[in-house]
Design a protein around this ligand. Structure first.
Ligand code: MG
Length: 385
């Protein structure tokens, strides 16, 4: 007899996330949940071997999720969680480790500290589980109404891995086979084993619902960020107003162009198209096409926004710099931000409009026209780009 073996229970036929994959094989920032669990135990210095208990239909998924890892042969689970855990323990009957840790594959954020605390407690206790106190006030409800407030003083939220002396937990599982208990500690309790509580971790969450899964992806910052940059310039001609970032500003000249010559929105449209590698504004809206003569440039910007949404992208931010000596931009800046936010259906705090001069140097400095630069960042969920 020697050592400590970790078993990850992944035999459930529960919810499917993402592309219809069973949740234990769903990718979190590119790595299947089950693989994350197995890695946590493989990397722990006090764990000598790691195995998984899987569903008989998941052989191929398991092979992909465990590629390149040094693991025990996977064991097929049974119809209930309790049966799956027992089959996993039976598979170790010949190896007879001193200790076994049984972990739920739905807790992919298990860390070294939690594992260490359980292993340490097993030096003196026959069983130990990580747990956290209940902080919320608990109510008992019936038909949508509170009937009692439940004392929470002695209540704990049980996590995994749950650790046991191997011989004792195997005997308990054999004895209470079919009792349909929801965790291994309950089997140990039924057998009269003293189960010690050690500190769990708030990060060691169980991924049960689609919301849990999405939140986990956000924590991990999964997905892709793409950026785009745009530049445009238009010269002055006769007229009495300029269109800048969707706002008409009275001026002693107008900007010349096929459309309304809004340099700000043109630069921004190119930045957005650039971020998704979708060409440029001239390709989508050719200057020789009469359809776009005097067109409001918001049409172009809206189109770029739609192309991003079609690709399941989200605009994280846009930032436009207008380069001119006149007109003064500051009095119109808030209106420009509001207009861009409206066109792209964004919150205003994701939109920035700035202005600068070139100190009377160059074509903008001589008042021959106005230039604009824009930059954007887009975010895409994992698997999208
Ligand atoms: Mg232009």
């Amino acid at each position: 007899m020697s050592g400590c073996v970790a078993l990850v229970v992944a035999a459930g036929r529960g919810r499917r996330f993402g592309a219809g994959t069973p949740k234990q094989y769903s990718l979190l920032a590119g790595t299947p949940m089950l693989r994350r669990c197995m890695l946590a135990f493989l990397e722990h210095p006090r764990v000598d071997a790691v195995g998984a208990i899987i569903h008989p239909d998941d052989g191929e998924l398991y092979a992909a999720a465990s590629e390149g890892l040094q693991l025990l042969e996977p064991v097929n689970g049974g119809a209930s969680r309790q049966k799956s855990a027992r089959l996993g323990l039976e598979s170790l009957a010949e190896r007879r480790p001193d200790q076994v840790l049984i972990h739920d594959a739905a807790r992919p954020f298990v860390d070294e500290g939690v594992i260490s605390r359980v292993v340490k407690a097993l030096k003196t206790a026959p069983a130990a589980i990580p747990a956290l106190p209940v902080n919320d006030t608990l109510k008992r409800g019936q038909a949508g109404r509170i009937v009692a407030t439940v004392g929470r003083a002695d209540l704990w939220r049980a996590q995994t891995p749950q650790g046991f002396r191997f011989r004792e937990i195997l005997a308990a599982h054999r004895r209470y086979e079919g009792a349909d208990l929801t965790d291994d500690a309950a089997v140990a309790e039924r057998a009269g084993l003293a189960v010690e509580l050690v500190a769990g971790s708030e990060d060691n969450v169980k991924i049960t619902t689609e919301d849990d899964w999405r939140r986990a992806q956000q924590w991990l910052g999964g997905g892709t960020v793409r950026t785009g940059i745009g530049f445009d310039a238009h010269r002055y001609g006769p007229g009495e107003e300029v269109m800048l970032c969707g706002v008409s500003i009275p001026h002693h000249a107008a900007l010349v162009g096929h459309s309304d010559a809004d340099v700000g929105l043109h630069a921004l449209t190119d930045a957005l198209l650039g971020a998704i590698a979708a060409g440029d504004i001239g390709g989508h809206f050719p200057a020789d096409d009469p359809e776009w003569r005097d067109a409001p440039s918001e049409v172009f910007l809206k189109k770029a926004g739609e192309l991003i949404r079609e690709r399941d992208g989200a605009i994280a931010n846009v930032d436009v710099t207008l380069i001119c000596e006149a007109p003064k931009i500051a009095p119109h800046r808030a209106a420009m931000v509001r207009r861009i936010a409206e066109i792209l259906d964004l919150a205003e705090d994701r939109v920035s409009v700035k202005a600068t001069t070139t100190e009377q140097m160059g074509f903008t400095g001589r008042g021959e026209g106005i230039a604009a630069q824009a930059i954007t960042a887009l975010s895409f969920a994992p698997g999208k780009h």
